[in-house]
Design a protein around this ligand. Structure first.
Ligand code: IPD
Ligand code: CA
Length: 266
């Protein structure tokens, strides 16, 4: 079975678009009922998150039955092929519940533990950010397909920085304090509510930088590859993105941004 990143991307994009269509079709008007909470009382899951994960996993395993799976809503499966799919069926679930039109399906393929393909599909607007390792990143909006390249960055003091907050109250208090220290040193801060869309925004130049603590692999696997394939620098606590820290920025600002976020207490 193929492990070519372009083939894996084609399937990731197809599965993500199918799930996005399911989420669009299933979402009632008004507020969506929360089925349960997860890591804390503020961390919701809906019937539609679970259904969307099923749509993605069914599509992937129908075509590649030997692959492994790591899905946010519990889809964990050991594979034998060396390929593992990392899935967030709805990134931005709180936005989804309230009807704030910023949530996405995120599907990444890892080969021997390295992300080689990633697709993030904005459910409401249909925009897709797609990347395959070594083949660059694109944004597709309707019939328009654009190759992504991070624009030249402004000085850090004029940078628009995306961030987010964990569902854990203690961690959130620390994050709030760190953001308060960051705010006077940059143009402004945005908390959009979907980490995958924040990262894709760095890749397409609608944010200058991004920093967040407490992300899980499904939040950043696909969009992190979009950032690096668009020429961005993806970092973390020990230089690698992880639960402790994820950063994304133009390489020319990387050292300075990383020093500032550490000094702020991220
Ligand atoms: C969350 C979103 C949010 C980020 C949280 C994530 P979910 O994912 O990406 O922007 O701040 O850290 O957990 O729960 O909506 O899939
Ligand atoms: Ca989610």
């Amino acid at each position: 079975m193929t492990t070519d990143p372009l083939d894996l991307l084609e399937l990731a994009a197809r599965a993500a678009r199918e799930a996005a269509a399911y989420v669009r079709a299933e979402r009632p008007s008004g507020r969506v009922e929360v089925a349960a909470t997860k890591s804390s009382d503020t961390d919701p899951v809906t019937r539609i998150d679970r259904g969307a994960e099923r749509v993605v996993v069914d599509r992937l395993l129908a075509e590649r039955p030997d692959d492994g799976v790591l899905g946010e809503e519990g889809g964990v499966r050991e594979g034998t092929s060396g390929v593992r799919w990392v899935i967030d069926p709805i990134d931005g679930t709180v936005n989804f519940v309230y009807g704030i039109e910023r949530y996405a399906v995120s599907v990444a393929a890892e080969l021997d533990g390295v992300v080689v393909a990633g697709a993030v599909v904005d459910v409401v607007h249909g925009t897709a950010w797609l990347a395959a390792r070594g083949h660059g990143a694109v944004r597709e909006r309707g019939d328009v397909r654009e190759t992504l390249r991070l624009p030249e960055p402004p000085p850090l003091a004029s940078a628009l920085v995306g961030t987010g907050f964990s569902y854990d109250a203690d961690r959130r208090a620390r994050q709030g304090a760190a953001v308060a220290r960051l705010l006077p040193q940059v143009r402004d801060v945005r908390r959009i509510g979907a980490a995958s869309l924040d990262l894709c925004s760095v890749a397409d130049g609608t944010l200058d930088a991004y920093v967040e603590e407490g992300l899980q692999p499904w939040d950043h696997a696909a969009a992190g590859l979009v950032v690096t394939e668009a020429g961005g620098a993806l970092g973390g606590h020990d230089g690698r993105p992880g639960e402790r820290l994820v950063t994304a920025v133009h390489p020319a600002l990387e050292q300075e941004f990383s020093a500032v976020v550490r000094a702020c207490g991220f």
